[in-house]
Ligand binder design. Structure first.
Ligand code: FES
Length: 242
């Protein structure tokens, strides 16, 4: 049985940056869409959460124990790198366990529409402009989300193909900007604090914790998110072949 450090392929003395990079690499290697398996993918997610919680030597946490070299040692890590649990600006959530996920009305807008029309995430009437622009249902619209769904799951169950890669909080392919409402901030994510403070969330791991939500999805061209993106996902491939 491998330890969480071994599953991530890092030494117990690795610093937070090394661990975060290892997590992103292992998530991509083990994701079923990239030739891995659901078990190995889940092990990597569990291992990262265990290391963050200071349980990096607890081999009993993992099912299949895939990984590489590691050694003894245990120490407390950041619980959530500061960003996972802090208030996310005016659109943020303190993730303090008080907000229960509820069903919600989600209104969405594709960031490419903003780029094409010269609109900004800071536009006060962004969604009013979208409503007046006669956009396609892929670019702008509404759907109802069930409680306990992540935003990405909710969109996919209603037939939308939003971008993603790892589905584990380790990249920025699924990033959305929260314009109104709240999305949770799980601990296992790699967004820098400045992004969460601006209301950026990862739709693959974030649950809706407000009755209404307005988000801009497909943020791939937003500065500083580009470097956190992983290789092409089905959303990009389908758009490339359009
Ligand atoms: S798809 Fe990678 S963090 Fe959501």
């Amino acid at each position: 049985m491998a330890s969480p450090y071994e599953v991530l392929g890092v030494d117990p003395d690795a610093d937070d940056g090394e661990i975060e990079r290892a997590y992103r690499r292992r998530v991509l290697e083990t994701h079923p869409d990239h030739g891995g398996s659901a078990e190995a993918f889940q092990d990597v997610k569990t291992a990262y959460e265990a290391v963050l919680a200071g349980e990096g030597d607890d081999e009993s946490l993992l099912e299949s124990g895939e990984g590489s070299s590691g050694s003894d040692g245990n120490r407390s890590r950041k619980a959530s790198s500061g960003s996972g649990s802090q208030a996310g600006g005016e659109n943020g959530n303190d993730d303090g366990g008080e907000s229960e996920p509820v069903g919600a009305t989600v209104e969405y807008l594709d960031y490419e529409v903003l780029a094409d029309r010269g609109w900004s995430l800071d536009d006060e009437n962004l969604f009013d402009r979208a409503a007046d622009a006669d956009l396609s249902s892929a670019d702008h619209g509404r759907f109802l989300a069930e409680p306990d769904e992540t935003l990405l799951e909710a969109a996919e169950k209603r037939g939308f193909a939003w971008p993603y890669a790892c589905r584990g909080g380790a990249c920025a392919n699924c990033a959305v900007a929260v314009i109104e409402g709240e999305l949770s901030i799980p601990v296992n994510h790699v967004l820098p604090d400045e992004m969460t403070e601006r209301g950026i969330r990862l739709s693959c791991v974030a649950e809706i914790v407000s009755d209404e939500l307005r988000v801009v999805y497909n943020l791939k061209h937003l500065p500083k998110l580009e470097e956190l993106r992983l290789p092409s996902d089905p959303f990009d491939r389908s758009r490339a072949s359009d």
